[in-house]
Design a protein around this ligand. Sequence first.
Ligand SMILES: Cc1ncc(COP(=O)(O)O)c(C=O)c1O
Ligand SMILES: N[C@H](C=O)CCC(=O)O
Length: 426
Amino acid sequence: MTTNSELLARARVHIPGGVNSPVRAFNGVGGEPLFIERAEGSRIYDVSGRGYIDYVGSWGPMIAGHAHPDILAAVKQAAERGLSFGAPAPGEVTMAEKLCELVPAMDMVRMVNSGTEATMSAVRLARAATGRDRIIKFEGCYHGHADSFLVKAGSGALTLGVPTSPGVPAVLADLTLTLPFNDAEAVRQCLEANVGEVAAIIVEPVAGNMNCIPPAEGYLQALRRLCDEHGTLLIFDEVMTGFRVALGGAQSLYDVVPDLSTFGKVIGGGMPVGAFGGKREYMEQVAPTGPVYQAGTLSGNPVAMAAGLANLDLISRPGFYEDLEAKTTMLVDGLRDAAQAAGVPMAFSQVGGMFGLFFTEATEVTCFDEVMACDTERFKTLFHGLLDAGVYLAPSAFEAGFVSSAHTEDDIRETVAAAADVLKTF
Ligand SMILES: Cc1ncc(COP(=O)(O)O)c(C=O)c1O
Ligand SMILES: N[C@H](C=O)CCC(=O)O
């Protein structure tokens, strides 16, 4: 049998860092990344066959658990009809209809292959529609790895300590104005200092790439108001929050209508998928109806559409989100009690099936500076203690956690008991 260490050594020869996405490398926590051989329900299994209760869920898509039989059946059926046609196919139409039904802010949608493609394309469209070049994003928010977004970015960029990446041309980075999350006054001042120049504000409505930070009360509404006042488009990047925090995404939960929305993760059911959409007046500017170029060899892939549609069916069932939220609450409450019992100061956050845990004396964490003030050494100890006990958290203090409908109450009790054991040693 090939061991984890052998695989890692081989991987490092031909893959930078041995991984195909940096945050997987365990740089944020130390130690060797686990090579996963299979996954089922709430668990992933490493190459030695050891199982772990998984709170990463492939970074969000596996909201109904791993290897769900309905999704597998849909994928198998679609694959048997052909893997890719490079021509329109019925599944894309059903997907577009379903997304526009679930997200009333979207009249039209374009399928792409990743969240990065979705956000990059949405910004291009916003720039074209407004005739302006600047965008506003928020510190610690991550919108994928397109050049305009790798300025004070979250997720793996933050874990690696390179929130602003080399290779991004300064002239482009200068067009990205970065402000603190949850501070509407900073946005007002910035828009007033750049009148007629800001094409779009792009925001993760719940920040999930610097741990998990919900929007302050009224914050998203204030962004909407400010965008209207300044002729700036509001883009909700719902690649993570879309269908994770509610059916209809964060925009339905907080009742704010963005001009453009981006999706990924859950709408692909584990296959590589993204989407951007919005009002007809904007989306009709996308090629071929309009001049804003956007394309993709595999976009709308029939197997990916089948997986995504099967996932959307599962999450549309009555009671799905109530159950998901109840499980997430059970987990967060259990962890909070364990921290209190151990006398370890911690703060927690939760929105729908997303959660965050912070080692801090503060009662809540609301922005990037406060995240950076948290104790990452303590996170590392908790991470490795849990891993030893068979629980897999994201290998970074800057990522949100995800619960799936496949997690059982026993899984959660086991997780909380394991966390309590680790926290007692602090
Ligand atoms: C909010 C958000 N936007 C965009 C992306 C980019 O998506 P992808 O990794 O599929 O390119 C991610 C995740 O990586 C994300 O969490
Ligand atoms: N935080 C990222 C997505 O939401 C993590 C995925 C990755 O970069 O590999």
